[in-house]
Design a protein around this ligand. Sequence first.
Ligand SMILES: [Fe+2]
Length: 434
Amino acid sequence: MIGAAFALLGYSVAVSGRLEQLDWSNLLVLALLFLVCESVPTLLNVKQAAVSVSFSAALAAVVLVGPEGAALVGMTAVFSVRPGLPLVKRLFNGAQFAVCGYVAGKIYEWLGGGVGLPTIAGFDDLIVPFAGAAAVFVPLNFILIALVLVLTGQADQVPLRGVAQFMVSYLGYATFGLLIAGLWATVSSISAVLVLLPLFVARWAFGQYNAQQRSYDATIAALCQAVETKDYYTRGHCTRVSLASGMIAHEIGMGSERLRAIRYAGMLHDVGKLGVPTKVLQKDGPLTEEEFAAIQLHPMRGLEIVRGIDFLDEAFAGIMHHHERQDGKGYPMGLAGDEIPEFARIIAVADAFDSMTSDRSYRGARPVEVAMAELRKGAGTQFDPVMVVAFIKAVDRDGWEPPRKVITPPAGAAETTTKDHDDPTMPIQVVSER
Ligand SMILES: [Fe+2]
């Protein structure tokens, strides 16, 4: 790639002689602009995906300074301020932007686009050639990066998921290049500031939003961890209930905001166990009515613990009512059928399923098929049949990975509970004190 970029520049100097006709002052400003854009990529949620608005600057260069100029502008990516980026990656970045810029420039000229400051009258004629240039620049950039990842044995890093969305957003960024070029004739380099500043602000805000989401996730994970340290056998239970709840919610067509909320609710459904005395959770044999009442209080306790976290929103209802039953025999409120909030009906299925397919101190994990049969049996009495059907469908399609076998903890090394309140096959025995 680096060789190809140098060959292109060598050709431009020695054979075509076009470098001499370049508008160097504009090129310098564009190169500086490109460099600034390249240097401030916002790290997104997607692993290692750094998105920057440098595409706009590169495509403005195609219009203003032609293929050779766009290649030189792209090459400045070598000098971008990205601490710790190795030299070979810098050279590759510069080279691939140079090649993309050059090829896009050639397409632009081939489609009849004029190089230089656009006039107001001639602006219409730029649109089609510019669209052609952008349509080549964006995929070529993606292909070259994917190629180098494959050749260096990092094929798994190629961001194939959501590639269409990625292309469309980049084509969108590319369009701003035309705006910059169009405004250049009137306000010269200030046009770049006018166009790119709002973009930078929007990108910055988006980055902040992602950072906030990550801190939410960390908060929830920490709470989860706190619950699971109470019981050796329930490690990973919150995460799996969250996953299964997400599968059901997705299957019944929930929107992305609610999907996020149900995942949080799944993570936190048993957070109220923190408020139940450990000796009750760990008691061997039947519980007294008082002890059982303490267990039945855990959904309320959960709500008390997380009530102050306002982003949980609809998740509260899921936490509060995840032990209600369709026939109204559940707790804490004894709601029945559709009175039970949707989130709670989902979590109830996910919760019981994970409990059955996990090891407990008093029994081994049951196979997925057996747990499914148990869910079907309880549909209509304990569980919402719609959610049971949705879950079975989702598992049939996507599969389910039950937790690994729990190696019996050495005595005294970890805490375990003897009865699991989520296990529908082994109801808790309660003895009357009277
Ligand atoms: Fe629970």
